[in-house]
Ligand binder design. Structure first.
Ligand code: GRF
Length: 195
């Protein structure tokens, strides 16, 4: 799509709470992002993000990996559903699975992720705890395009803050607040310059 009077179509992948789903959906609804959320993909049947999607009238594709032969099989099903929804950009938002070649090849340079640390430091699923345990004084958030490595790929946006206290809950609260601002900004940046 190239006529920018039309809205882009984005899909969001999540596995749990979905506060970043909420932030992106709200930014689309308010017009901050020139896009509509055409689908939410979730691999956990009981996840709260499913309720959030229903509240925003966003169609969902909820799957269980064990119902498929392998990653390629469930990703092929996801790709097929995303094509039906017309998705042009995928935003991973707490999706706790490694994306495989089937999805990467179907959406080359069109899959974003948000990570709660300043990459390339503190990759992996426990980034906030790892950074806190290491004793860093500058924390932050990264939005990046994904590639076939864990938390790898081109960095689109980062935001940092200093913290000298000793309360990890306070750090987490600050990180999530930044995420909810930075992710919509980064999606806007991507939509305005690459699609
Ligand atoms: C966020 O901290 C994000 O950076 C990480 O997973 C978390 C998801 O939180 N990838 P939520 O489900 O969006 O509330």
């Amino acid at each position: 799509m190239s006529l920018k009077t039309m809205k882009y179509k984005i899909a969001i992948f999540a596995s749990g709470n979905g506060s970043n789903f909420e932030a992106l959906a709200a930014a689309c609804e308010s017009g901050q992002i020139n896009a509509e959320v055409v689908g939410m993909v979730c691999d956990q049947a009981g996840a709260y993000v499913i309720e959030r999607a229903a509240n925003h009238n966003v169609p969902t594709f909820v799957f269980s990996a064990k119902d498929y032969a392998d990653k390629a099989a469930y990703e092929a099903a996801i790709v097929s559903w995303l094509r039906e929804q017309g998705a042009e950009l995928i935003c991973l938002a707490g999706y706790m699975r490694i994306v495989g070649d089937t999805l990467l090849q179907a959406f080359p340079n069109r899959i974003l992720n948000i990570h709660p640390a300043l990459l390339p430091s503190f990759k992996g699923a426990h980034a906030i705890q790892d950074a806190f345990a290491f004793g860093v004084k500058v924390f932050g958030v990264t939005v990046h395009l994904i590639d076939n490595t864990i938390d790898g790929g081109t960095i689109i946006a980062q935001r940092a803050f200093e913290y000298h206290g000793n309360d990890i809950n306070e750090v987490e609260t600050k990180i999530h607040a930044i995420e909810h601002v930075l992710y919509p900004e980064a999606v806007n940046a991507i939509l305005s310059c690459t699609l």
